[in-house]
Design a protein around this ligand. Sequence first.
Ligand code: HT7
Ligand code: ZN
Length: 852
Amino acid sequence: PPTIRREDYRPPDWLVPDIALDFDLAAERTRVRAKLDVVRNGDHARALVLDGDELTPLSVHVDGQAINDWRIEDGNLVIDLPADAHVIETEIELHPAANTKLMGLYASGGLLCTQCEAEGFRRITFFPDRPDVLSRYTVKLAADRNAYPVLLANGDNVANGDGLDGRHWAEWNDPFPKPSYLFALVAGDLQANRDSFTTMSGRKIDLGIWVRAADLPKTHHAMAALKTAMKWDEDVYGREYDLDIFNIVAVDDFNFGAMENKGLNIFNSRYILADPDTATDADYDAIAAVVAHEYFHNWSGDRVTCRDWFQLSLKEGFTVFRDQQFSADQGSAAVKRIEDVRTLRAAQFPEDAGPLAHPIRPESYMEIGNFYTATIYNKGAEVIRMMHTLLGAERFRAGADLYFDRHDGEAATCEDFVAAMEAGGGIDLSRFRLWYAQAGTPKVTARLAHDPISKAATLRLTQEAPPTPGQPVKQPMPLPLSLALFAQDGEKRHEQLFVFEDAEADLSFDGFADAPVLSINRNFSAPVIVETDRTPADLAFLSAHDDDPFARYEAMQQLMLDTLKATIEGRTHDDDAVVAAVRATLEDPALDPAFVAEAMLLPSEQFIGDAMAVVDPDAIATARDALRLKLATELDGLWRDRYQRHAAAQFEYSPAAKGARRMRNLALGYLAASGSPEVGAQAFAQFEAADNMTDRIAALGTLANGMFVERAEALAAFHARYCDNPLVIDKWFTTQALSLRADAAEQVVALLNHPDFALTNPNRFRSLVGAFSVNQRAFHRVDGAGYELLAQQIAALDPINPQTAAKMVPALGRWRRFDESRQVKMRAALEQILATPGLSKDVFEQASKSLG
Ligand code: HT7
Ligand code: ZN
């Protein structure tokens, strides 16, 4: 497949200011008629090229006359046009029920719906399917009234009527010019949870969340989140909603989380549907975050869109940052920051350290679907966050206002965003732009020296960004490092934001008779890896005294990590420091239980592996289990006490109740680590008595991880109770795929043959195969069974849904991080995938780049 390069960007040859679409909808066969007003853009004689993907024209008209001298080149419709403005009409036929790729128009659970980002519109009609072609859309939908009583599209519903043979139609008009990737339609038997929101200028917006009738009671949390998000965007960014209607539709088959189509967001049902019996606290939080994220795109994405797909982080990084800010404002900002950093470290750091590393503004791609990555989204958000840190909230807001003012109605670039921040915020970001261009996670070393005679402390910093594919040498980047120094009595004696721009720096601090303790990268102010020479005693001290909650958490994590690494590497060390620090945090009455639960979590097996020169999954599992057992045994009384103290009260979704559940379930996990049979009974009792999914699934997970006699009964009871709810059955698959038991891979093989497993539903595939691929000890089993399983499943899914299949390849791409024997097996699995006949370009790009 050809490589598309950022440097090759050229403005579009033809513009399409207006488009009228006419859909005659049915699941088996849909007729699409399109009428495009096309206008030559600039002085050139090039033909009109309309992108198409698996489309065959039934007819082509130019200015009302049927023509035959059109041609198809690489699936695209090419027409030579004499004048500078023409009307082009095309007609094609689609087969939505056969569209398993879930891009374009497809059927899902009796609905018809669309997904156009990034290049799905070309699967619906011939069109210049690129984000810098903005058009006003008029859309007419006709369908059988019984099967599809509801007909939705972007914008405002301007007319409706009845047709022949039980058909009806609706016409929608979107007054805001938009790129084709924001087009959407939905047809189906849906009911709406209706509400309204009055904007800051007093306009009343009709809100609707459309689902199957039976799911209506599960839409209240999403609706509340939507209204809170609409108000928040007015308060924090001054952004008001612009259409009179805002609709959301939930669908079961979806390649991603959700989609921000103008005025008609389409969601994976897992990010809409919630009630206490079926959704965990994490689900509730994710629903609020995703609803807010898609809503925020109305400005950061829809009103100001991207010029080309290399600018994807312009809308995604900024919008993730906005949704992170929103969630932080709804509950504990500290816990939210910890969660966001954990996600970044789990998903983005490995990507940045592997063969698929790319800058947040990539230079090239084969398949844009492969670039909806943690780097674009999460690192992109960290880059925006650093600008926020450098500018402060007020000047950042001035920069954002200028960005929206300057580029409203346009397709913009990352450079436009940075330039607006510079002008609006009054700052020079020349060197900061390197963050857009360089891949790889910078490594910072910090060494603190102390001279008791001069009473001076000196901090020596170095930074280095590792080589990444195509970028062997890097320049130092500006790193906003939040620093503090603590005296031994716990008093904070110095605090500053140091913008570390060069490869090295020395900072001096006077007036320290005794050696201070360094707190660095507080609140994770820069997305870097920091290596310090702090002792276990320093880390234990910070875990008890640092007034920055993130830094306090980080100190505990580092203490645990250092201990685990020492065990794995056979060095002498003192596990008791961890036990003492955990005890002190558990016993600190001033701390929020949700924060304590975060701080008590041992680093994940993957995170430990990422900190090792060569990942040894077995040694990591053994060391982590041993530390868990030690904490379980030595703090047994405290875990029992915390389990009782946070005893389940009647379900409530509040920060306090969530914190209590988190603490109680953490305690249950530690109690279970002892393997004592009575904990099996305790977990089973919790499993049966729970009035909410958080407690029930935590108990099930505890049982699924161990050898408890109650395990099989709990798994069977869970399946029987929720067999009609696919989102909950996904959790059942995931719980088993993530099991810490030695037979996890065998269990996954058995589950692949379970009647509920299907390749056609992305949620289900991810719930089993995706979850298994992040279960380090099982997936990296030394005999290579995990790798073979994944390769087979990727090859099986590829012809059905290449986009979802390609997302699974990076797990094998980490081969360089493992020992020789595993490397050989992982590479063989990648070769096996590449040898699959008819492989998609999605999987080809990921697998070939992964082999390096
Ligand atoms: N902007 C949306 C991206 C998206 C997507 C991309 C590729 C294939 C399917 C997709 N569905 C949605 C999601 C978002 O970031 O808001
Ligand atoms: Zn987004």
